[in-house]
Each structure stands twice: as structure tokens, then as C-alpha cells.
Design a protein around this ligand. Structure first.
Ligand SMILES: [Zn+2]
Length: 527
């Protein structure tokens, strides 16, 4: 289907007459100012794509520039700025009034086609990630046999999905209790074709063997540290690629251990998540030690993918249960999975108290201060959402994560850098991904509005905007307070997510998501 920009019939006739009467030279003159190619089709490769008149957010935190044109040819950014008239586009996007930025690299996701054993369409998740601007996702643990098929299909563009990288746990297949078994497992994972290894907390001797073998095999690593013998200091010393979440960092800064009460049971999800929210507010947290471990992480180039979004329900469960996009876009399988139940991972919000939320809120403050310090010292923070658990929906998650990074004290330009340039570095693709640069992979977002003014514009649901006389205006604009032309409106959203030069029309992706949800609800799925 064709989207906006398709010339209406009379205009098309006019163009034909113009061509016949005035020859090709006029058309060439026009091509610099008016659309000459149709709008792209949804989910179809296009050989030569022109994005016209966009403001460009380059990716490395330098200020935006433009209006400029971006030409993509065979999936690569072929030109930026002036595109000469002889460069003929097969399809064209008019980005007047819009911003173009690099596609988002979501560093922490789980590929899911079921929740709690109940089927959920895989396409539901992929549509949402694309709609929220993720052109690359790093899966950190899912069904390996399915995941490698999805990875290949995405690379071949036979599946509507972001680029998929697989950091998997299949290295555990050989056993976890001796250094030699761990090494064998790493070699097995390499043979199987993983892109990297997903790790979790383990004893120091096993961690040493694992990291040594991973380096020999040229595999990147990412770790979800638990409360364990090894903490962030150990993993930074051993050269892990990235730390996920928050565990292990504050643990490395305690004088002693966390003050767990005697009844604490690490297998109980309420105990685990409740006390985890007290980690950064422990009385024995030593700020100097915290700074020291952050220094070591910076020195050893450890990336930090905090996935704060995965924990926001713990600091405001009422908000988390009632976000407006659940109405149209929450799949009943996911809805069912979110219901509190101690048998399921992350479904621990049962009888959650204000005191528990207050502790989590205070914990977030210190965690954010640590992130800010890490970032200011030159540490690389990346963006991930870890959705599919704890009231978190795919894609909406990494946009909220970006909002939280602004809350942690970073400028929206820096936040966008984390989501693009830093993400590309973390996965070792910084020489071809993450910037609006000539020669780089054509992974771009065309955003309705300026995400630097409001990162929430990236939300697939869109966001509140202030309208004056039907036009979006900045809400600091000098307008008389009683002016009846002031209205609350709904705007924003990404218009096009472009991956490898393939154009995905976000409103179409979201209509499909709504249909999947409507159909599943009608059939009684998830019940
Ligand atoms: Zn995860």
C-alpha cells in the first residue's frame, strides 16, 4: 500500500503535461523541491530511497542540523545533505517538520512467542519493537532453536523484525560446576553460532574460566549479576562486555554484605525483588567504593545496560497497571502473565506496600546517581527494556527507559547517543551502525516532531501535545491563557522505521498489533 505523498490524479496529470511541454530539465529542477517519487510501501525493500527535508539527529550527541536530505541506496546511506537531481529515487519520504535519527539498538530483550506456556504471536513483539524505533535488538536468553531461525529470517527480510543478535545461555548445556565443563560449554555455544553469551552470577573460579574461554573464542559477554560471590568488580576485572540491570554494582560498594533479614529466601520472588530495591540504600553502602567500582568499569570499557524500565512498576505499581496503551495494545496472553502469581518470574507485586515503593524510589535515586557518575566519567550506558515481565510491553519499554535516563540527569542528545552510538559499540558494529553517516547501514527513524523536545514522542502510542488553532506548538509559547484556540491534542510517534533500507510504516505496524490483540481477545486467548 502507498502512504502519504502519492500524487493525487490531477497533480499527476499536471506533471505529465509539464514533462511533455517543458522537457526533462524542468523535472530535474523540481526534484530538489517537490516529490517526484511515490512514498515507500510498508515492509518492502526499495533500491533507492530519498528522505527529503529532514532535521537530522546524527547520533553522537552533536546538535541537530538541517533541513537536509538523506539518500539510501541498497540499504546503505549513500548521500547526506544535498542530493543531486540526477540521483533518482524509487521512493521518497517528505520529512518536512520531522526529525531523522539513527535506529535504536535495544540492548536487552527476550524473544517471546509465549508467556507462561500460553502462545502469543511472535509478530506482536516484533511489530512493537519496530514501531518503537528498534532496528536492532540483542536477545539475552530465549529458545535457541527458534531464535536462530528468526535471526536468519530477519536478516533476509522475510520476517518483519529488527536485526536480531543472540546472546544465549546454551553454554550451560555441558554443566556449570567445573571450570572445564564451563569452557566446553563456551566452545559448544560458539560452534552453535551464538553472537555472544548471556551469563548470570557464579563463583569466581568458574567466571575466570568462562571469561578466558569466551575471549579465546572471540565471543562478547553480558551478565545479569545476582547476589553472588562475584560482583561488578570481579566482572569488570575479567573484562565482561556489559553489565545488565543494577545488581552487583552496589554489592561491590558495601562494607560487608546486604542486611538481609533471617527469613530471606532468594527463591521467593517477593523477597528477592523487595530486598533488591533496598540495595542502593543500605547503610553500609560506601560511596568511595561505589566510585571506585565505577572507575574500574570505565577503565575496562564495561558497558552498563541498566534496564531501569523493568523495575519502575516496583516504585509505582498503580501507574504500571494502568498505562493508557494497554487498552488497545496489551495482548491477553501478556495481560494474563502479568497477573500477580508467585510461580511466575517477576509477577511478585502482591500486597505491595507504600513502604516498599518508597524504598524503591529512594533506591532509584542512588542508582541514577551512580549511572550519572558512570556516564560523566566516560562510561558507556546503553538502552534496553527487558520487556515481557512486570507490566512491561515491548518497545514502549525502551522509550520509557530513555525517559528514565533523562531523569537520571542526561541531556536528550546524550540519551539518544546511548540508544544508538553506544549500543552499536556494545555489539561491535560501531563502524557501520548507530549514526546518520554516509556509508553506514540505512537504519533510520523518521519521527513526527522533535524527540529532543520530548523523548516521549518516540512512544508508539504517541503523546500529549499542545495545539494552537490545530497546529502543534511548544507549551512555553506566548499565548494568551484564555485563548479558545488552545487545545490538548495527541501527536508524535515515529512515522517510518527504516532497517537496512527497508521501510516499515509505524501506523500500519500498530494497526496490525491492535488487530492481533482484538482477535486474541475475541477468541478468549489468555483466559
Ligand atoms: Zn532480561
Amino acid at each position: 500500500m502507498r502512504k502519504n505523498g502519492t500524487p493525487s490524479f490531477p497533480l499527476f496529470l499536471l506533471l505529465i503535461f509539464g514533462l511533455a511541454a517543458l522537457g526533462l530539465s524542468l523535472l530535474e529542477a523540481q526534484s530538489a523541491t517537490s516529490p517526484t517519487a511515490p512514498a515507500p510501501e510498508h515492509a518492502r525493500p526499495v533500491k533507492r530511497l530519498l528522505i527529503r527535508n529532514a532535521m537530522i539527529i546524527y547520533g553522537n550527541a552533536e546538535p541537530p542540523f538541517g533541513p537536509a536530505n538523506v539518500a539510501i541506496e541498497d540499504g546503505r546511506i549513500a548521500r547526506l545533505g544535498d542530493v543531486p537531481p540526477e540521483w533518482r529515487a524509487d521512493a521518497e519520504i517528505d520529512a518536512t517538520g520531522k526529525y531523522v535519527m539513527p535506529g535504536i539498538i535495544n540492548g536487552h530483550i527476550h524473544l517471546q512467542d509465549e508467556r507462561g506456556g500460553v502462545p502469543q504471536p511472535f509478530q506482536y513483539e516484533m511489530n512493537l519493537y519496530l514501531a518503537a524505533g528498534a532496528t536492532t535488538v540483542r536477545d539475552v536468553g530465549s529458545d535457541w532453536e527458534k531464535a536462530k531461525v528468526w535471526r536468519a529470517q530477519s536478516a533476509a527480510h522475510t520476517l518483519v523484525a529488527p536485526r536480531i543478535l543472540l546472546y544465549e545461555r546454551i553454554w550451560t548445556a555441558k554443566g556449570l560446576h567445573t571450570p572445564e565443563l564451563v569452557r566446553e560449554g563456551v566452545r559448544y555455544a560458539k560452534e552453535q553460532g551464538v553472537d555472544g553469551l548471556k551469563l548470570s552470577g557464579m563463583d569466581r573460579d568458574l567466571a575466570e574460566a568462562l571469561m578466558d574461554e569466551a575471549k579465546k573464542q572471540g565471543l562478547r559477554t553480558q551478565i545479569h549479576i545476582a547476589v553472588d560471590e562475584t560482583n561488578a568488580r570481579d566482572w569488570a576485572e575479567l573484562g565482561v562486555t556489559s553489565l545488565e540491570h543494577f545488581y552487583g554494582v552496589a554489592d561491590a560498594a558495601l562494607d560487608g554484605v546486604q542486611d538481609f533479614p533471617p527469613e530471606h529466601n532468594a527463591s521467593n520472588e517477593i523477597h528477592r525483588f523487595g530486598r533488591a530495591g533496598e540495595l542502593y540504600i543500605q547503610k553500609n553502602l560506601n560511596r568511595q567504593k561505589l566510585s571506585d567500582v565505577l572507575d574500574l568499569m570505565v577503565k575496562n570499557k564495561v558497558f552498563w545496560c541498566p534496564t531501569m524500565y523493568a523495575y519502575v512498576a516496583s516504585r509505582d505499581v498503580i501507574r504500571a497497571r494502568g498505562v493508557p496503551w494497554f487498552k488497545d495494545y496489551l495482548h491477553p496472553t501478556l495481560e494474563q502473565y502479568f497477573q500477580p502469581d508467585l510461580q511466575k518470574h517477576g509477577a511478585y507485586l502482591i500486597g505491595w506496600t507504600n513502604t516498599q515503593e518508597v524504598r524503591w524510589k529512594k533506591d532509584f535515586q542512588v542508582w541514577m546517581e551512580a549511572l550519572k557518575e558512570f556516564g560523566l566519567k566516560g562510561g558507556n550506558i546503553t538502552v534496553g527494556d527487558d520487556s515481557g515481565f512486570i507490566y512491561s510491553i515491548y518497545g514502549f519499554g525502551h522509550v520509557h527507559e530513555m525517559e528514565l535516563l533523562e531523569e537520571a540527569g542526561f541531556h536528550p542528545l546524550e540519551v539518544i547517543k546511548m540508544a544508538t552510538v553506544n549500543g552499536a559499540k556494545m555489539i561491535g558494529m560501531e563502524d557501520r551502525l548507530g549514526r546518520v553517516r554516509m556509508g553506514f547501514i540505512g537504519d533510520l527513524l523518521v519521527v513526527n516532531g522533535n524527540p529532543l523536545e520530548n523523548l516521549r514522542l518516540l512512544n508508539p502510542y504517541g503523546t500529549d501535545v499542545m495545539l494552537y488553532d490545530g497546529k502543534v506548538v511548544n507549551n512555553y509559547s506566548a499565548i494568551a491563557q484564555g485563548d479558545p484556540k488552545i487545545k490538548l491534542g495527541h501527536g508524535g510517534g515515529i512515522e517510518w522505521t527504516i532497517k537496512d533500507g527497508v521501510t516499515y510504516h509505524v501506523p500500519t505496524l500498530m494497526q496490525e498489533v491492535k488487530k492481533m490483540v482484538d482477535d486474541a481477545r475475541a477468541s478468549g486467548a489468555g483466559k
